[in-house]
Design a protein around this ligand. Structure first.
Ligand code: UDP
Ligand code: MG
Length: 321
């Protein structure tokens, strides 16, 4: 499509051959009811799928040129795939959604209408309820509450990547230089006029979730490390606090060793060899040092990614006439 569409919908897809036909069948009539035929585009980003996702995208493009795709050279992950789709969008307004219909197309239309009204630059979905297991629900809830407490800018509660925004907001989002993208965090960091729209998040209709607990943990870490330095400060407080305990403990032990009459609560290293004391001190010290090292390591990993300056993803092919 040569001319600028009004709306670009970006959908990251990893092994979504089962979900894609249903998504397109549901979304296409909704978009056609709101826009003229040439006024929308759907960009399906094939994130290195091993199944028939790419063939599916080709088939949709043959049937409807408004639907086209970008294939990445391998699986780069949800955030890089979404970001790559955003960089290819041409619309005056841009929407992001998942391929599995957990982001309902009718709600997408609400979000788009909200930004098209001109009152807001960004409208994002807020998951008022979530059809998922209790453990995963508790993890999501705690993550958003934790981010609310430690983020350096106001964090949008229970909001994922499901949103619509105008070109101005997208250009600002795309101008942010970091490689390690946590898009929902960057979106709220941008500011402008943003509004949350509540919706009930249903279960994935077809196929399987690509997120397991370890991938979710990595995503959560991206959020924490990208938007808060509180853990680093905790690490330094922890180290300082333990250092102080250590110095006081050592002073007591030396005094007690030199002057056996000097005891604390009747405790004397001369009477007992102080094995328990030493063991406890060593364990406390080691745990504080290791926890601090772990936290510093998380931040260092992000610094490494940024220093390497690799592109967010590589494109193998654009599925477009
Ligand atoms: N996805 C992706 N690359 C990945 C993992 C996921 O493009 O490495 C896409 C996936 O196809 C879906 C969206 O990101 O469209 C959200 O993934 P999923 O539904 O598996 O996550 P969940 O909803 O279970 O958190
Ligand atoms: Mg999903």
């Amino acid at each position: 499509m040569g001319s600028q569409p009004i709306l670009s919908v970006v959908v990251p897809c990893f092994n979504e051959e089962k979900s894609l036909p249903l998504l397109v069948r549901t979304l296409e009539p909704i978009l056609n009811s709101e826009f003229n035929q040439l006024d929308w585009e759907i960009i399906l980003v094939n994130d290195g799928s091993h199944d028939g996702t790419e063939a599916c995208i080709e088939a949709f493009h043959q049937l409807c040129p408004n639907i086209w795709g970008v294939s990445l050279t391998r699986n780069f992950g949800h955030q890089p795939a979404l970001y790559t789709g955003l960089t290819h969008s041409k619309g005056e307004f841009i929407a992001c959604m998942d391929a599995d219909l957990q982001d309902p197309p009718e709600v997408l239309l609400d979000l788009v209408r909200t930004v098209r009204s001109g009152q807001y630059d960004v409208a994002y979905g807020v998951r008022a309820s979530r059809d998922a297991g209790p453990l995963i629900k508790a993890c999501y809830r705690s993550f958003y509450r934790l981010m609310g407490a430690i983020s350096e800018h106001p964090w949008q509660m229970d909001a994922g990547d499901f949103c619509a925004m105008n070109r101005r907001a997208l250009d600002m989002l795309l101008s942010l230089p970091e490689r390690d993208k946590f898009l929902r965090g960057l979106r709220s960091w941008v500011g402008l006029r943003q509004i949350g729209v509540s919706y009930a998040r249903p279960q994935r209709r077809l196929g399987r979730s690509k997120y397991n607990y370890s991938r979710l943990y990595r995503l959560a870490m991206k959020g924490v490390v990208g938007f808060s330095t509180v853990p680093l400060r905790i690490a330094s407080f922890l180290s300082l606090g333990m250092g102080l305990v250590c110095v006081l403990g050592a002073a007591f032990l030396i005094l007690n060793r030199l002057f056996p009459a000097f005891t604390l609560f009747g405790y004397s290293i001369g009477a007992s060899q102080g094995i328990a004391t030493l063991a406890v001190l060593i364990l406390l010290m080691a745990s504080a040092v290791l926890a601090s090292l772990g936290i510093i390591g998380e931040y260092l990993a992000v610094v490494l990614v940024e220093v390497k300056q690799r592109p967010v993803s590589l494109i193998s092919r654009i599925i477009h006439q």
